[in-house]
Design a binder for this molecule. Structure first.
Ligand code: ADP
Ligand code: MG
Length: 234
């Protein structure tokens, strides 16, 4: 559970009912998320306006939901728009980069809870399996959301197992740790221009602002909304 002082006492998730699909609101209620945390109440509306987001807020402040909720909402909106034309146009729309396999499991588990009532949203944790065959099978139906470490994402992009040309959103979670886990070169290659579309929405989530985060900011963000929640405020 999140600390009481990190919660935005002026808002409830139902205050976002005009922005969020009823299936997400229901899943949030099931998970015991009744009030957004401060970083969530700031990030969600901005992200739904397609702003890039740089969020610095301490560990435990609820950064996972701050990017997962708008990301899934955008996928649901895109799917309902597509349904009118062509329901078979399945593509990977979001890539979530995390520094470790352990974090990939936490994020995947949160997303599974959030997408409980959205059976048409397909998730793949590409960091979980080391079998090339399993990865190929898992990614062959173009899951909507792929979670991976940078090293794994790059290998899958290079082998064309993962196709990111129709990406709408890209997240770097624990951005302050990603480079210190030795992913520098992988990150640079992912952003080299060979794999990603020209325009997509980026999220950089971090507990601290470091030189590494500044570097990633230069690589990934365009005119971002910068949410820096100070101690005591976040
Ligand atoms: P961070 O990534 O900022 O360290 P997490 O996203 O991991 O934080 O969230 C920390 C904990 O708080 C998790 O157990 C999460 O389920 C819980 N949590 C996050 N947001 C809420 C909320 N709005 N209501 C209740 N619990 C929440
Ligand atoms: Mg986190």
């Amino acid at each position: 559970m999140v600390d009481a002082h990190l919660v935005d006492n002026k808002a409830t998730f139902s205050a976002f009912s005009h922005l969020l699909d009823a299936r997400l609101l229901r899943a949030l209620a099931d998970m015991g998320f009744s009030r957004p945390t401060l970083v969530q109440s700031k990030a969600i509306p901005l992200a739904l306006e397609s702003r890039d987001i740089l969020a610095r807020a301490r560990t435990g402040s609820g950064k996972t939901a701050a990017y997962c909720i708008p990301l899934v909402q955008k996928i649901l909106s895109a799917k309902s728009a597509l349904d009118l034309e062509d329901s078979s146009r399945q593509a990977t729309r979001a890539l979530i980069l995390v520094p470790t396999k352990e974090l990939s499991e936490q994020v995947t588990s949160y997303l599974r809870g959030l997408c409980k009532y959205c059976e048409d949203v397909v998730l793949a944790n590409a960091a979980a399996s080391t079998s090339a065959h399993l990865q190929k099978t898992m990614l062959s139906d173009r899951p909507d959301i792929v979670i991976a470490t940078p090293a794994r994402a790059l290998a899958l992009l290079q082998s064309k197992t993962l196709v990111a040309s129709q990406l709408d959103s890209l997240v770097i979670d624990e951005a302050d740790l990603v480079l210190s886990y030795g992913h520098d070169d992988d990150i640079r290659q992912i952003f080299s221009g060979a794999y990603l579309p020209q325009v997509y929405q980026s999220f950089l989530m971090s507990a601290t602002m470091t030189e590494d985060v500044e570097l990633l900011k230069g690589l990934t963000l365009r005119n971002p909304a910068i949410l820096k929640l100070e101690d005591g405020e976040d």
